[in-house]
Design a protein around this ligand. Sequence first.
Ligand SMILES: C[S@@+](CC[C@H](N)C(=O)[O-])C[C@H]1O[C@@H](n2cnc3c(N)ncnc32)[C@H](O)[C@@H]1O
Length: 284
Amino acid sequence: MHLLRLAAASLAALLLAFPVAAQQKPKPNQAYEPQVGQAGKDVIWVPTPDEVVDRMLRMAQVTANDYVIDLGAGDGKIAIAAAKNFGARSLGIEYNPEMARHAQRNAEKAGVSGRARIVQGDIFVTDFTHATVITMYLLPALNLKLRPQILAMRPGTRVVSHSFTMDDWEADETSSMDGRRAYFWMVPANVMGNWLLEVTGGGASEKLELTLEQRYQKIEGNLGLGTIQGGLRDARLRGFNIAFSYVDNKGVRRDLAGRVSGGRMEGGFRADNGTEGRWNATKK
Ligand SMILES: C[S@@+](CC[C@H](N)C(=O)[O-])C[C@H]1O[C@@H](n2cnc3c(N)ncnc32)[C@H](O)[C@@H]1O
C-alpha cells in the first residue's frame, strides 16, 4: 500500500511540476508537440521509459500471434514497440485526439502502421476485451476501476502495468529496473465451486466430489473420500491451466493437470504407484 501511495504521489508530483504544460494548447497549424505532464482525461501523460516498455512486453511474452492493447496510449510507444520489436498486432486507445493523431504518425514513422493503430477513445467506454495482452500506465484507482472487466476477459489474457498494482489481486511477477516496477498478471479461469470429478486409470474409475475455493489465481480445495474430506495439495491455477494433487484412501498420491473450459475441466494424471490415466470434472 505504501508503495502504491508513493507511486501515485510521484505521478501526482509530476502533474504539479508541469502546470504550464498542462494548460498549453498548440496553436492551429503548429506541429503538435506533446509535453510530459500534460493533462489527460483521467491521468496525465508521462511516457514509460524504453527499458520498462521492453520488459513489460517480455514479461507478457508477446509474440506475432498477440493482439496487444495499450490503455491510455500517449505517444503510442508501447503499441509501436509491440508491433516493431515483437511482430504483434497492436492498438493504443488514447483519449486526447491530438495525441492519438500524433501517436498514429509515430507508428507511420516507425514503419508499423499496418500492424499498430492508435485510436481516439475513452478506455472506460471502449471495448478492449478482444486483446490477448493488456498494457497500462495509469493510476491505482484506474487499474481498480478496470479490474472487473479485465478479470472477465478470456482466461490466459496477460496484463502488465507500469508502476501500479491491482490492489488485492496480487501480481504473478514483479520486475524492477532503474527504480521502477512493472507488474504482470494472467487472467485466471473461474473454477470456484463444486465439481464432480471422474478419475479413470489402471482399470478403475471413480467419481469424487471436488470443492474449489478461489481468490483470483489462488486456489485450494478438498475432495470427498468417503467420510473423509481429503485436502488438495499443490493446487495451482494459471490462466486456464489447472493442477492439483490428492492422496486417496489407499495412500496413493495422484498428480492431476489439465485445462478448464467453462464448466468443464479435463486432463491427465500420474500416480506414485506408477499408474497413469485421465480425469475430467463437470461443474455442479
Ligand atoms: C501515464 S500516460 C501513459 C502513456 C503510455 N501508455 C506509456 O506508458 O508511455 C497515460 C495516458 O492516458 C491518457 N488517458 C487519460 N485518461 C484516459 C482515458 N479515460 N481514456 C484513454 N486515454 C486516457 C492520457 O492522455 C495519457 O496519454
